[in-house]
Design a protein. Structure first.
Length: 274
């Protein structure tokens, strides 16, 4: 069992790692986007992945979620080696992700977007439709009820019959998060969930993330807004030039000269943090 730094409560033992990567490397035409990154994500906490533009954050999340393979390195979910598994197998391990640019199923309704995300649907097997129709109908009713509850929670209930392509940018962010939650993740990777949304929605999304944490979901999120990171994240990983530069609490990282030179000084100058 791999343990990692954050304790959650002062004086308690380090937490088990829900997700771990070691020596992850990915190059494009000889240029390394990720170059030996390694870290552990503590179970049941909210962890931020931060770093300057071009640090390799999204490429790393693509690798961890199975939408891209790495050239070298290892990824483990719990104790299971899932290196270079395809995304559908990673998802079956309980790891879901969202995208920096929302990828809604635009031709479907908001409700239908959630229903397609439900896991282990009996109706996906043709023989169940004929041999176990009662099971299929019960599960469909349960999925609809759960999806409607999630849409109510995320403020999208009144839009349930709207085409997903007609939503605003902020609404699409909420749809993508709620769709990922519909799949009952144990680990959720969020790629800049606060990007391009207004301050009120940032506050709401932050609350939803903390609710997920309270419900036992491990969250790893790419985020540039360090005020948000400081408010909701228990642990921070700093990536620079494709490598893990430092880990810890943001208050401690602000005292790390390497981190300040590589990233924090840049965003402080830009007014991103106070």
């Amino acid at each position: 069992m791999t343990s990692v730094g954050p304790t959650g409560t002062t004086g308690t033992a380090p937490r088990e790692a829900a997700l771990r990567c070691e020596g992850i490397t990915k190059a494009f035409q000889g240029v390394h986007a990720v170059n030996g990154a390694g870290f552990a994500v503590p179970r049941g906490l909210v962890t931020a992945l931060i770093g300057p533009n071009g640090a390799g954050k999204t490429t790393l999340v693509n690798i961890l979620s199975g939408s891209m393979t790495c050239d070298r390195g290892q990824e483990l979910i719990g104790s299971t080696d899932v290196t270079n598994w395809p995304s559908h197998r990673i998802a079956r391990m309980g790891l879901m992700r969202t995208f920096q640019l929302s990828r809604e199923l635009g031709g479907l309704t908001v409700l239908e977007n959630l229903l397609v995300a439900a896991r282990d649907q009996a109706g996906e097997a043709l023989w169940n439709i004929f041999l176990r129709p009662g099971l299929v109908r019960r599960q469909e009713r349960d999925n609809i009820e759960r999806a409607l509850d999630l849409l109510e929670t995320y403020g999208l209930y009144r839009l349930r019959d709207s085409r997903a392509s007609d939503l605003s940018g902020g609404q699409k962010k909420l749809l993508e998060i709620s769709r990922a939650v519909m799949a009952s993740p144990s680990i959720l990777l969020l790629d800049e969930p606060m990007a391009g949304v207004n301050p009120a929605l940032i506050e709401r999304i932050g609350g939803y993330i903390l609710d997920l944490k309270r419900n036992g979901v491990t969250v790893l999120m790419i985020e540039h807004n360090l005020n948000v990171v400081e408010k909701i994240c228990d642990h921070v990983i700093v990536l620079a030039e494709g490598r893990t530069l430092a880990e810890g609490r943001l208050s401690d990282l602000r005292q790390n000269e390497q981190v300040v030179r590589a990233y924090l000084g840049e965003v402080i100058d830009a007014g991103t943090v106070r």
